[in-house]
Design a protein around this ligand. Structure first.
Ligand code: NDP
Length: 284
């Protein structure tokens, strides 16, 4: 058996064209585009290249994009002052903070923008919404992994999911999203006693570990669905947390890296922006 590939590029392209036509209709109705501010700290080359690609995605969808470059030595007080106009202006709909974020500012992001500009779904208000099962601004990476999983067309309710990783940005929100889909969810981490045993019973595996090619084909159940969130560099190539070559002959569906969760994640960010744009306008 060879697994069907869950093609993130194709899904991203379909979601982009749906989002572009939604934005076109919204602009016609409300006479303004969704407006994204992307904050870049210092001179990090990888962050700048990510911001440029984000700008391309945003503009291709009809989103107004503004790049705000800040010195990496910006103090918390300066940061709050600089962000104030964006936080209070209803013509800005979302703010994205490019990583790495200077350590002195990490605790101030939520205060700097407030939940109504949080497109990353990490503001405490959005985290609480997710916990209560009412989320509408979902963290982008888990949302992308779920979208890719759903693109398999398999009915998820009642199936056993194992999420490997418990970080705030991926593992934990992922588990909550799967629970909302009525899956039976197990979260594994570095202290899990017998990871192979847990994985051998999983109908769905979400790998968010940060270790190249970590999950092997002989650990997984025949017919499992494997979603690989990992992005790692190995021998000059980008690889996932799943050993794709050994898993592809055992799984029913598998997402590749690159070309899996990654491309869908950036669209999810833009979807959140459009949600925040629409929110105050919905009753008009
Ligand atoms: P973190 O380093 O924050 O978390 C890694 C998790 O994996 C931890 O919970 C850790 O457990 C667990 N872990 C580590 N080693 C083992 C092990 N041997 N067995 C079981 N669990 C283990 O990483 P992130 O959640 O931020 O990212 C995970 C991966 O996803 C990375 O490759 C990252 O690059 C990628 N990523 C991809 C994105 C995308 O858009 N596709 C976006 C964000 C991240 P413990 O808590 O016990 O330490």
């Amino acid at each position: 058996m060879s697994a069907k590939i869950l093609d993130g590029k194709a899904l991203a392209s379909q979601l982009k064209s749906e989002l572009a036509s939604q934005i076109q209709k919204l602009e016609k109705k409300h006479h303004r585009k969704p407006h994204l501010v992307s904050v870049l700290f210092g001179e990090d080359a990888a962050a700048l290249s990510y911001a440029i690609s984000q700008q391309k995605t945003a503009e291709s969808l009809g989103i107004r994009y503004e790049l705000m470059k800040l010195d990496h030595r910006t103090t918390p007080l300066q940061f709050l002052e600089l962000m104030k106009p964006y936080r209070d202006d209803p013509d800005f709909h979302g703010v994205f903070f490019n990583k790495p974020i200077p350590s002195q500012l990490k605790d101030d992001l939520d205060i700097a923008i407030g939940s109504d500009k949080d497109i990353e779904g990490m503001h405490p208000v959005h985290v609480a919404d997710l916990f209560l099962g009412q989320s509408y601004i979902t963290p982008c990476t888990p949302a992308a992994a779920l979208a890719l999983l759903k693109s398999s067309g398999v009915n998820l309710a009642g199936q056993k999911a194992v999420v490997v990783g418990r970080s705030e940005i991926v593992g934990k929100p992922m588990a909550l999203l799967l629970l909302k889909e009525n899956m039976t969810v197990t979260i594994c981490h570095s202290k899990t006693r017998d990871l192979k045993e847990e994985l051998s019973r999983a109908d769905v595996i979400i790998a968010a570990i940060g270790k190249p090619l970590f999950i092997k084909g002989d650990w997984i159940k025949p017919g499992a669905i494997v979603i690989d969130v990992g992005i790692n560099e190995k021998d000059g190539k980008i690889v996932g947390d799943v050993d794709f070559d050994s898993c592809k002959d055992k799984a029913a569906f598998i997402s590749p890296v690159p070309g899996g969760v990654g491309p869908v994640t950036s669209v999810m960010l833009m979807k959140n922006l459009v949600e925040l744009y629409q929110r105050p306008l919905k009753d008009r």
